[in-house]
Design a protein. Structure first.
Length: 223
């Protein structure tokens, strides 16, 4: 690969890939579908980076067990689906305020490290996760939310395009990514699988002649 990036240390290559956004893969396990009334039980975030060859790679994962906020609704069907017991003491769950404060500090650090302007949420059916993230941020009165308030990258949509399937487990199988259904619906597990799927699709697009790092770098310098 051309070394032009190394001649411009003020910008990380990833900062040029998504118009200054840092993709952060997020999965949230909840007690229902309503972000305003239903509790968050788990959340995980996986950051991404770019190697010297211009390929998107998994960087680091952080995950939390979350105490449902006071008065949160917990649908029995949702708990049965995820297999999460919100009252289990071994979960070592933390209040939303602590979780989201730590999570957002972690993401802001990664945004700065990659010379990006803000984070953009990547998720499987991403608007679901974004809705819960924004609702929790509002409940906690957090002012410095690093995530874009409405833009997302949705791997369900991308998987439909790339593999003809929108279910995460099946899309991973079609992409050649191992997926254990017994471990699914854990935020950390689903986040890391979603991150690998997103990287694979983005990198495959480049291999097929799509976005090229050097082209974007040169356009950015010219502009």
């Amino acid at each position: 690969m051309d070394n032009s990036y190394k001649d411009n240390p003020s910008k990380h290559p990833l900062a040029l890939r998504f118009r200054g956004f840092l993709p952060v893969v997020v999965d949230i396990e909840t007690g229902g579908f309503n972000s305003r009334t239903d509790g968050i039980l788990e959340i995980a975030a996986t950051t991404l980076t770019m190697d010297d060859e211009g390929n998107l790679r998994v960087d680091e994962t952080i995950d939390f067990h979350v105490e449902p906020f006071p008065g949160a609704n917990l649908e029995p069907a949702a708990l049965e689906f995820t297999g999460i017991d919100p009252h289990c003491s071994e979960r070592c769950a933390q209040p939303e305020m602590i979780v989201f404060d730590e999570l957002f500090k972690f993401v802001r650090g990664k945004v700065k490290q990659h010379n990006c302007t803000r984070a953009v949420l990547v998720g499987h059916n991403a608007h679901f996760d974004l809705g819960f993230l924004l609702a929790a941020s509002e409940r906690c009165n957090i002012k410095r939310n690093p995530f874009h308030p409405f833009s997302v990258f949705d791997t369900a949509t991308l998987s439909g395009l790339a593999f003809g399937h929108t279910v995460l487990a099946r899309a991973c199988q079609l992409a050649g990514i191992d997926f254990n259904n017994a471990e699914a619906h854990s935020a950390a597990y689903d986040t890391e699988k979603t991150a690998k799927l997103f990287c694979l699709i983005v990198n495959r697009w480049r291999e097929l002649g799509g976005w090229q790092p050097l082209d974007v770098f040169m356009d950015d310098e010219i502009g």
